[in-house]
Each structure stands twice: as structure tokens, then as C-alpha cells.
Ligand binder design. Structure first.
Ligand code: AHG
Ligand code: MN
Ligand code: MN
Length: 338
């Protein structure tokens, strides 16, 4: 095996970033370290899920009426604990909790950030050993430091994000995060239990040949969406062949898109007439990250997803996201259909 001599850990990297930006307070670095710690704890549970009593349903439904898995609850608890302990955010909102959670201790209240999180994404994959993930998003609070955070701190358009990222628990475990400046990818080295910089300055390939969408709902999608999908499906042997992939975990779809290029679509249909994926916990962070890597994300024809003003925490939204040239094709087809 070819292994590099000395790879920078997540902690070392965030500390080095502080040196490059003398005005930085270190709060964001502290937050990322807290998220990394919770991710390692979740990773341990995921790795031994089959032998620990952690597979299956928790026996309740969440605020969105979806059945909650034991690992959803475990992951949620880990991220809440890590963020509360970190003192680097004044509150958080989770897909698994109806309301946001203010951190009211003196230190946390002084901090300038709030965090939104989908603690376990792709939870339908847990019991069958397919990739799952965590998605997080960081905003600067609107309310004054030193006071309890309020709902308005969490309901900001995605374009206001300070940082966003995901953890993928896959064939290896990775933490990928974007700031306004760059996207960096770290792989968990199980030997030392640290996330190590493995994918510096990630860029989403401009072109791609993969499209990802739940084809089971094809006939329920609106005509322009069907036209977009049709444009990827070869009608003759001579045409460019796109490959179709659908993992059932947005984190895995986005990770593949960042590495190999392509598009991921989750349109509105039938019962999910506002889309299925959540604006604040899933679509905003992934759109921020993909845009920072050079890609594009829309919620409707001509509508940049990051410009949408959220009206409520658990709002859903359609998403069309991925490599720039493929997304320009999507945009073009949408505008023709209008
Ligand atoms: P979650 O596990 O947080 O509820 O999210 C699952 C989401 C997303 O990750 C995935 O892309 C989508 O649900 C899959 O939905 P379908 O089975 O309808 O395609
Ligand atoms: Mn999710
Ligand atoms: Mn989830």
C-alpha cells in the first residue's frame, strides 16, 4: 500500500487556516472539530451496527411523519451533545427535532454561529449496509451575541451560509466541508482515529455522464422534468450514453457527483408536491458545497436554490444539482418548456 508520510489532520488543517486569517476567532474551527468528534462516534456505531443493538426502527415517527431508526436517534444525540459541549454555537436545529435547540449557557450564548443538521441521511440504507451520511450547515446568527438565539437565526437563505459539509459513512468514512473560500475532503484513518486531508481543494468536474433520480416516480414528475430525464436516456446506440445511478442517500449521490461529475435530481411529485428533501437540512448545505466546488443547483426553472428564503425549519423543496455543463443543459430544457 502506498501511504503518504505525513497527512494533515482536520484539527491541524483548521488551526493552519487560523494562521492564514489573523482576524479569525477560531469559533468555526472549534465547531468543525466538534462535528468531527461526533462523526467519529457515529462512525463507530455504524461500523458495528450489525452486532450492536442499533439496527431497525426506534418505534416512533418524526415531525415529518417518517419512521425514525435507532441510528437516527443515536446520531442526533451525538451531534447535539458535541455541539452543546463545544461552546462554539449558540443553538442548533435538527431534522429530528420539531423546534430548534438554544444553548443557553453563558459561553454558547456568546458565540456567533448556529448549526443545522441532518444527523443521519439515507436512513433507509442503514439496515442493508449501504452508504449513509450526515449533513451540516453553519450560519452567522442575526440576533445579538450574548442573547438566546431565535428562529430567525435559522431561517436564512442558503447563500448566507458560512460553511456547510457532510460526512459519508461509506467504504471509507469521509468528512467534506466547504467555506466561502474552498472545499476540502478528509478521510478517516482508522489507525489513528483522525480525519486526514485526502482531497484538498475539491472541484466538481464541469461535465459528467451520470444522472441520478428515483425513476420509480417517472410518470408522476411534471413534463419538463420528464424531458430532462429523457434527454439523458439513449434512444439509439450511437448517442452519448449517460449512466443512471440511485443510491437512496443524498450524501452518497452528492459525493459521487463531486468526485465523478453528474447530476442528482429530486423533483416534486404526487404526495411530495413541494419535493421531498429538506431545504434547511439537506438542500441548502449541499447546494452551497456544490456551488463552491464549481457546480450549480436549482430548485425550479431559473431559480437558484441558495436564494430561496426559508419560511419554516422543516420546509421541503425540489432540487436539481450537479456538474455545471449538465446543469446548464437542465436549465436550457426547463426554459424551453416554460
Ligand atoms: P433521510 O434519511 O434524512 O430522511 O433522507 C433520505 C432522503 C435522501 O437522502 C435520499 O436521496 C432520499 O431520501 C431517497 O428518497 P426516495 O427513496 O424517495 O428516492
Ligand atoms: Mn436526509
Ligand atoms: Mn435524516
Amino acid at each position: 500500500m502506498n501511504s503518504k508520510q505525513s497527512v494533515m489532520t482536520l484539527d491541524e488543517f483548521t488551526i493552519q487556516e487560523l494562521r492564514n486569517f489573523p482576524g479569525a476567532t477560531g469559533q468555526l474551527s472549534g465547531l468543525l472539530r466538534g462535528i468531527g468528534l461526533a462523526a467519529k462516534r457515529v462512525n463507530v456505531a455504524v461500523n458495528k451496527a450489525g452486532i450492536a443493538d442499533i439496527l431497525g426502527e426506534a418505534g416512533r415517527t418524526n415531525v415529518q411523519g417518517e419512521s425514525v431508526k435507532k441510528l437516527d436517534e443515536f446520531a442526533n444525540g451525538q451531534f447535539i451533545d458535541a455541539l452543546r459541549t463545544s461552546i462554539y454555537c449558540c443553538g442548533m436545529a435538527s431534522e429530528e427535532n420539531e423546534d430548534f435547540i438554544p444553548f443557553l449557557d453563558e459561553h454558547s450564548m456568546q458565540s456567533k454561529y448556529v448549526v443545522l443538521i441532518d444527523p443521519l441521511d439515507g436512513s433507509g440504507n442503514i439496515d442493508v449496509n449501504i452508504s449513509i451520511g450526515t449533513i451540516f450547515s453553519v450560519y452567522r446568527r442575526i440576533t445579538p451575541e450574548g442573547t438566546p438565539c431565535k428562529l430567525e437565526d435559522f431561517l436564512q437563505p442558503g447563500s448566507a451560509q458560512i460553511a456547510a459539509g457532510y460526512i459519508i459513512y461509506g467504504s471509507s468514512t469521509m468528512l467534506v466541508y466547504a467555506t466561502r473560500r474552498s472545499v476540502q475532503g478528509f478521510t478517516l484513518d482508522p489507525a489513528i482515529g483522525e480525519f486526514c486531508l485526502s482531497h484538498p481543494n475539491l472541484k466538481c468536474p464541469e461535465a459528467g455522464d451520470i444522472f441520478s433520480v428515483n425513476m420509480g416516480y417517472y410518470h408522476l414528475y411534471e413534463a419538463p422534468v420528464r424531458q430532462v430525464i429523457d434527454s439523458f436516456m439513449a434512444k439509439t446506440a450511437q448517442e452519448k450514453v449517460y449512466r443512471h445511478r440511485a443510491v437512496g442517500c443524498m450524501v452518497a449521490e452528492i459525493h459521487r457527483t463531486l468526485i465523478q461529475g453528474g447530476v442528482f435530481l429530486y423533483p416534486a411529485f404526487g404526495q411530495y408536491h413541494h419535493g421531498r428533501l429538506r431545504l434547511c437540512y439537506e438542500c441548502n448545505p449541499m447546494s452551497f458545497l456544490v456551488e463552491k466546488a464549481g457546480g450549480m443547483s436549482l430548485s425550479a426553472p431559473g431559480q437558484r436554490l441558495l436564494d430561496v428564503q426559508p419560511a419554516k425549519l422543516h420546509q421541503r423543496i425540489p432540487i436539481f444539482i450537479g456538474s455545471r455543463t449538465m446543469m446548464e443543459g437542465v436549465h436550457h430544457l426547463f426554459s424551453e418548456a416554460q
